[in-house]
Design a binder for this molecule. Structure first.
Ligand code: NDP
Length: 332
């Protein structure tokens, strides 16, 4: 079978592609430019046989019918492409929310005209809960981050980037479920909701300053670009290799049909991250500070029951692997 992976140039998209190729699938990846296509091919050919990989440019995924060519003769789709950055956001609607929302709708409309059997979407824990945890009783797939949508409706383009990013994920995921419910297409939908993702990068990246948002957090603590622990930053965490595994299982597991599935290795705070750095990479100037917010427990029963995922790479291991990967990649 052939899988279309959107956002193949990204941290998650490249790992999903790697895992799919390793598992024997043919992969067609989307990028925004031909130059990116070459960089991705070069990066992946260093670690996996890319004979079954083709790459297609979709310059603007928001445009209607943008994916019509890309989905031709495709069996499954994994949709990872979505803007995830906070710095440089000048208009929360145009930079974050519109591309996420229009991108998913454009993709699903193209899939509905094709032979695609299943679409797996990378959503986020951000579609389930607010930036600062407020649900002491625990978090599961029944929760929706309505607060971020409300703030975005109120503030529009002025919405602070982290809230707008969460709104973009919530609105895009909601739109996908609504699309499936209202049009009853020939494909079915599975949604994966990961918390913050760490782990080694395999996608093209020229320097630590250009890293994707989540891995950059680790690099910034390691390089002392971040001078303070955010006392309110509390979430779950997961290794990108577990995320890739979950996406492949979501494609191949029949009973995953119609499910949104939270995957998480366990709690995460910046204080916990710094403790791991101090233990394994001592002698560097890490910030001290405490976390006030308590990470809420995440209920990953569905991931175990439906996808059979019962073990995850630990926070300690994923951070150590991330730093070694950064040291080797950028000589830092
Ligand atoms: P990256 O920034 O590394 O990758 C994002 C990918 O999406 C890139 O391929 C990028 O293409 C593409 N993309 C971004 N904006 C657009 C756009 N407007 N039009 C078309 N393509 C676009 O981030 P991640 O790999 O971390 O994120 C992948 C997915 O995982 C996203 O959906 C994100 O919301 C989700 N996620 C990530 C988490 C994390 O901690 N990393 C946590 C939970 C969910 P290009 O290379 O051209 O910029």
């Amino acid at each position: 079978p052939t899988v279309l992976v959107t956002g193949i140039s990204g941290f998650v998209g490249s790992h999903v592609t790697w895992k799919l190729l390793q598992s024997g699938f043919s992969v067609r990846g989307t990028v925004r430019s031909d130059a990116k296509a070459e960089q991705v091919r070069t990066a992946l050919s260093g670690i996996v046989n890319t004979e079954k990989l083709s790459i297609i440019a979709v310059p603007d995924m928001s445009v209607d019918s943008a994916f019509d060519l890309a989905v031709e003769k495709i069996d499954f789709v994994v949709h990872t492409a979505s803007p995830f950055f906070y710095s440089g956001v000048t208009n929360a609607s145009a930079d974050l929310v519109d591309p996420a929302l229009n991108g998913v709708l454009s993709l699903l409309r193209s899939c509905a005209k094709s032979s695609v059997k299943r679409v797996v979407i990378t959503s986020s824990i951000g579609a389930l809960r607010c930036v600062t945890p407020t649900l002491p009783e625990g978090l599961s797939e029944v929760d929706w981050n309505l607060a971020s949508i409300n703030t975005f409706r109120e503030l529009g383009p002025e919405t602070p980037a982290p809230v707008a990013y969460h709104a973009s994920k919530t609105l895009a995921e909601k739109a996908a479920w609504d699309f499936v419910q209202s049009t009853n297409p020939t494909f079915d939908l599975v949604v994966i909701n990961p918390p913050i993702i760490f782990g080694p990068i395999i996608h093209p990246c020229a320097s630590p300053s250009q890293l994707n948002t989540s891995v950059k957090m680790v690099a910034d603590f390691y390089l002392h670009n971040t001078k303070e622990i955010d006392p309110l930053a509390a979430a779950g965490c997961i290794d990108v290799r577990d995320v890739a595994r979950a996406h492949v299982l979501a494609l191949t597991t029949p009973r995953a049909s119609g499910q949104r599935i939270l995957i998480s290795s366990g709690p995460f705070t910046q204080e916990m991250l710094v403790k791991v750095l101090e233990k394994h990479f001592p002698g560097r100037p890490y910030p001290s500070g405490f976390t006030i917010a308590v990470p809420i427990p995440e209920v990953t029963t569905k991931a175990a029951l439906i996808l059979g995922i019962t073990e995850y790479i630990s926070l300690e291991n994923m951070i150590v692997d991330t730093v070694w990967n950064l040291k080797n990649s950028f000589n830092i």
